[in-house]
Design a protein around this ligand. Structure first.
Ligand SMILES: Nc1nc2c(c(=O)[nH]1)N[C@H]1C(S)=C(S)[C@@H](COP(=O)(O)O)O[C@H]1N2
Ligand SMILES: [Mo]
Length: 421
């Protein structure tokens, strides 16, 4: 009998048991809730209202019921929400895997379906486990491989999150009371047998009836999972700095090029060369910025822009992939002043469509909302940290907006069109 996975005796690890499962379950309950909420915020930050330019999730009306105009304050807002989203997601990987391992025997319990209620529960578990794996795998692939699914990662991860979270809530409603009871008993130091009777499932006990010799205690196994998480955290979190700590982010993507030190010494996501930007088209003779509004189109060279009133803002870049820089000193022309140049009133300036010189690949264009355009810290930046932008950071001009995801900070800007989008 014990030769088949459908028999409890087939599963022999003495680590499995309601305690182990409950501890991991409660950690995931807190962690996944935070992942879901920060994920929804990220979606709001990508300006899905400015379709079809930014986020292109179709039919987002129903699931996007909560959407709001992403604020520009505090300027580190997206750095925080997305840093937490990605770092926490990576950190929870060992917990998720251990949790799935701890309950895997139940997958094989016979009969597979005992009643309608049981059938519904098993379907919800399928969505739960499938959803969890789908969300973690798509998220990690996106972070590690820079958008393996260009354009489609957002809708996949977004729809997946709703399916997963619905199943997650159902699961929490069904299981949280027993998990919490288990933890309480654990604190009171009762034996595992007593717990199993009260909190576990009589039909397929998590505690093996035929335990193999222990190679690690339950407590030791939890320490291993926690240690794995800590290691992942320690090799990921550094991507939210750009000092020497950045080098501790062994697991984080390092972008297109080593930024070196000096004024341009912060992460470079896509280099000018990789986007096909040439020195000729960004040269003083050739490059002109086109600014369009009710007053028609104005063309400005970099020298013309430098002759306008310049302002400085200390702002970070915070990428959807979870890395961010500390504040950099940007200097350039306010977007609201450029809106005024194009014939709008700066205080009532509309949205703006930003187009790059770049001809191929993602993120050539982005749209900014009116609140972002009107913010006096939003710049068409010409310099960073006291020097002209480097080619890889967007020379001759790039967008920088407080609290916005990095993807909206378009580099190598060629055209600004102010209009209600
Ligand atoms: N034209 C253009 N602008 C772009 C991108 C791009 O691929 N092309 N990438 C965006 C993304 S996703 C990020 S996170 C930031 C990164 O800026 P950095 O390379 O200067 O750090 O630039 C943004 N601006
Ligand atoms: Mo990004």
């Amino acid at each position: 009998m014990a030769r088949f996975p459908s028999s409890p005796g087939f599963w022999r690890s003495p680590v499995r048991g309601p305690r182990f499962t409950s501890v991991l379950g409660v950690v995931l309950l807190a962690g996944i809730t935070v992942l879901f909420l920060t994920g929804l915020l990220s979606y709001a930050a990508y300006n899905p209202g400015l379709s079809p330019v930014n986020d292109k999730t179709p039919g987002k009306g129903l699931l996007g019921f909560y959407l709001f105009s992403w604020p520009t304050d505090p300027p580190w807002l997206y750095r925080l929400t997305q840093g937490v989203h990605v770092t926490l997601g990576v950190t929870l990987v060992p917990v998720l895997l251990a949790k799935l391992w701890s309950v895997v025997p139940k997958l094989f319990a016979l009969p597979p379906v005992r009643s309608l209620a049981h059938a519904l529960e098993r379907i919800s578990l399928l969505l739960l486990v499938g959803g969890a794996l789908f969300e973690f795998v798509t998220g990690l692939l996106d972070v590690q491989l820079d958008y393996v699914f260009p354009g489609s990662f957002y809708p996949l991860h977004f729809y997946g999150a709703w399916v997963f979270f619905a199943a997650f809530l159902a699961h929490v409603a069904l299981r949280a009371p027993a998990a919490l009871r288990n933890l309480r008993r654990m604190r009171e130091g009762e034996g595992e047998g007593a717990q199993e009777e009260a909190g576990g499932e009589p039909d397929f006990p998590l505690v093996t009836p035929r335990p193999a010799d222990a190679t690690v205690s339950r407590r030791g196994a939890l320490w291993l999972v926690g240690g794995g998480s800590l290691l992942l955290f320690a090799t990921t979190a550094g991507q939210n700095t750009d000092g020497p700590l950045r080098r501790t982010a062994l697991l984080a993507p390092h972008g297109g090029a080593d930024p070196g030190s000096g004024p341009g010494g912060f992460q470079i996501n896509k280099t000018a060369a990789s986007r096909g930007i040439t020195a000729r088209e960004t040269s003083a003779q050739v490059w002109r910025l086109a600014v369009t509004g009710p007053a028609g189109t104005v063309r400005l060279s970099r020298a013309d822009l430098l002759a306008l009133t310049l302002h400085s803002s200390a702002l970070p870049i915070a990428c959807v992939e979870g890395w961010s820089t500390s504040d950099q000193w940007w200097r350039g022309v306010r977007l609201r002043d450029l809106a005024a140049l194009a014939g709008h009133d700066a205080d009532t300036a509309p949205d703006v469509l930003v187009e790059s010189l770049q001809r191929h690949g993602a993120f050539r264009t982005a749209a900014l909302r009116a609140n972002q355009v009107r913010d006096p810290r939003s710049l068409l930046a010409l310099d960073v940290n006291g020097e002209p932008l480097t080619p890889d950071h967007g020379y001759p001009a790039r967008i920088i907006v407080p609290a916005a995801p990095g993807v909206l900070n378009t580099k190598w800007v060629a055209r600004l069109t102010f209009a209600d989008l």
